[in-house]
Ligand binder design. Structure first.
Ligand code: AR6
Ligand code: MG
Length: 313
């Protein structure tokens, strides 16, 4: 792909994550709402303040750039450094406990096993994984390995690692589709289904296919979910994108209108949509209100350059 187009897609993905997250954060934990109400909320807000979803996405991007690829110890320490600087970003219950264990000497690859039964499958490892999807989009087996490893710092349950791989793969497929070429939904879903190994997620991808023409939001929420557990939010985010792949705005508004874990579902849907359509598809009035936008854009640019410096094959 032409360098300029790739750059616009990296920018779209990271800025798209942050705006979905920041808009969604204003409705987190509430029920379903009308799309018009979400649109007017977005108009009223003077600044878009992002949460842990974007904060940890930034951490992954920083670490991949600085380490020229994945380095677990470095990524864990980057998460910890960022968390300590801004602990008020709305982190899930698990990660701060794991950061404490790592600071007490537990290894980055084993601390997460001590949380919950068999590790966490909260959506926290998928919400932040977009930079992995961007950097390793040319090699899906490597993408899977890095997604698993990045997840295992905080989310070591099989479903936790698979969620990260599923979301990273969706970002990669979106990146690899030229923005002026229509998304073939059937092919997109078949590729995800062939890629993902866990049976539960394979079933979820099949449910996405069945729901594509569905008008009733309550049915979408009942089948796909809108919760904090990955199996009830990562497929939902992919669905939000595939319903309206041509419009970043419609994707994010729809994701938020489903209620529940709105910041994370909109962050993930926004990442996929931004990776496909690029930064120019993200409304400029939203971009102008995004906190820390220049830093996020600089990271996206650096990550795009890293594709040439990192062994991504
Ligand atoms: N068994 C039962 N419940 C689980 C398990 C398990 N093995 N794993 C996770 N949960 P956590 P996150 C449930 O704590 O994924 C922020 O608001 C459990 O209810 O690992 O980083 C973000 O914006 C647990 O409390 O944190 C996201 O919305 C929950 O999943 C969210 O938090 C979250 O798992 C990300 O949270
Ligand atoms: Mg959040």
């Amino acid at each position: 792909m032409h360098k300029r187009k790739l750059r616009l897609k990296f920018l779209g993905c990271l800025v798209g994550t942050a705006i979905g997250d920041a808009l969604g954060a204003r409705r987190e934990g509430r029920g379903m709402s009308r799309s018009e109400d979400v649109v007017s909320l977005a108009e009223k807000l003077e600044q878009l303040i992002y949460t842990d979803d974007t904060h940890m996405t930034i951490g992954i991007a920083e670490s991949l750039i600085e380490s020229k690829g994945f380095n677990g110890e470095h990524m864990a320490q980057t998460f910890i450094k960022n968390y300590e600087a801004e602990p008020w970003r709305g982190y899930g219950p698990g990660p701060p406990r794991i950061f404490g264990m790592i600071k007490s000497g537990e290894a980055w690859y084993s601390a997460a096993n001590r949380l919950y039964r068999g590790g966490s499958f909260g959506n926290g490892s998928a919400m932040r994984v977009a930079p992995v999807g961007l950097l390793y989009s040319r090699n899906l087996e490597k993408l899977r390995r890095i997604a698993y490893q990045s997840s295992s710092i905080t989310h070591s349950h099989e479903l936790g690692k698979e969620e990260a791989a599923l979301q990273a793969c969706a970002v990669a497929l979106a990146l690899n589709t030229p923005s002026d070429e229509e998304i073939d939904k059937e092919t997109f879903l078949s590729r995800l289904q062939n890629f993902i190994q866990d049976r539960l997620y394979k079933e979820k991808v099949a449910q996405i296919r069945e729901l594509l023409g569905e008008q009733d939001k309550a049915k979408v929420v009942a089948v796909l979910g809108n919760g904090m557990e990955a199996p009830r939010s990562v497929p939902t985010a992919i669905y939000c994108f595939l319903r309206q792949p041509q419009s970043y705005k419609d994707t994010v508004i729809y994701a938020i209108s489903l209620g529940g874990d709105t910041d994370t579902i909109a962050a993930m849907a926004g990442a996929i949509s931004g990776a496909y359509r690029g930064i120019e598809a993200v409304p400029s009035e939203w971009r102008a209100k995004l906190e820390n936008r220049e830093y996020i854009e600089a990271l996206a640019e650096n990550l795009a350059t890293s594709v040439n410096n990192v062994n991504v094959e």
